[in-house]
Design a protein around this ligand. Structure first.
Ligand code: SF4
Ligand code: SF4
Length: 226
């Protein structure tokens, strides 16, 4: 976590023009404005928790708090039921409710689409935690601000992106349920997925315009826990 804080302090603005992604990020680095997003295919997710463990190992979040979780839905009544897993994380919203809620202006959206928190400014006030409709944020009491703690959440593994690596959860997923990429890129697997007309986002009625999109489980009536 200290490493991450140092990164936020020293490298955040340098990340504004970060290039990357797909399975071979550095090889596909191109000039231009990138906007990062993730597509999660619920037909592929087996609920194995590898992404949760990898994220915890990478980001060392405080005990019992996670940057990503897997929601479990039992669709139907046993024995006539199906278990559907839905990985969730910060949506890096285009209209993030958390950003205007912060009186310290500590949280903001980078031009590459990633919503970040500057821990040098964060005072642990917690208004952003309350404002997020997805419960994506939490306070880490190990780092005391003026009001007690620092607010943490997924940052798409910003320090890994800088090194040309994929987010830890994406790399860890054996089922390839998580696809990460540039929403503005014209081709590639991520781009092909983006063209699908059946992609869904969590709580569209909140009008936050999430950048995590889902392919629902086609064998489930509800499709997932959005
Ligand atoms: Fe902010 Fe929550 Fe949207 Fe993430 S999911 S950008 S924390 S409102
Ligand atoms: Fe965790 Fe990084 Fe995945 Fe976000 S992108 S859920 S921080 S592993």
């Amino acid at each position: 976590m200290n490493e991450r804080r140092l990164f936020l302090k020293n490298g955040l603005l340098a990340m504004v023009g970060v290039t990357a992604l797909s399975k071979t990020p550095k090889a596909e680095a191109v000039a231009g404005i990138k906007k990062y997003g993730m597509i999660i295919d619920l037909n592929r997710c087996t609920g194995c928790q590898s992404c949760v463990v990898a994220c915890k190992a990478q980001n060392k979040t405080v005990q019992d708090k996670f940057n990503t979780k897997i929601l479990t839905l039992e669709d139907g009544n046993y024995p006539d039921s199906r278990i559907v897993f839905t990985p969730v994380l910060c949506n890096h919203c285009d209209n993030p409710a958390c950003v205007p809620a912060c009186p310290a202006e500590a949280t903001f959206k980078l031009p590459n689409g990633i919503v970040v928190t500057d821990w040098d400014k964060c005072q642990g006030i917690g208004e952003c935690v309350k404002a997020c409709p997805y419960e994506a944020r939490f306070i880490d009491q190990r780092y005391k601000g003026e009001m007690g703690g620092k607010v943490d959440k997924c940052d798409f593994c910003l320090n890994r992106l800088e090194q040309g690596l994929l987010p830890a959860c994406v790399e860890a997923c054996e089922a390839n349920a998580r696809l990460f990429g540039d929403i503005n890129a014209p081709d590639g697997e991520f781009s092909e997925y983006l063209k699908r007309t059946d992609l869904k986002v969590r709580k569209p009625e909140k009008k936050t315009n999430p950048n995590i999109r889902y392919v629902l489980n086609r064998r489930s009536r509800k499709g997932g826990s959005l």
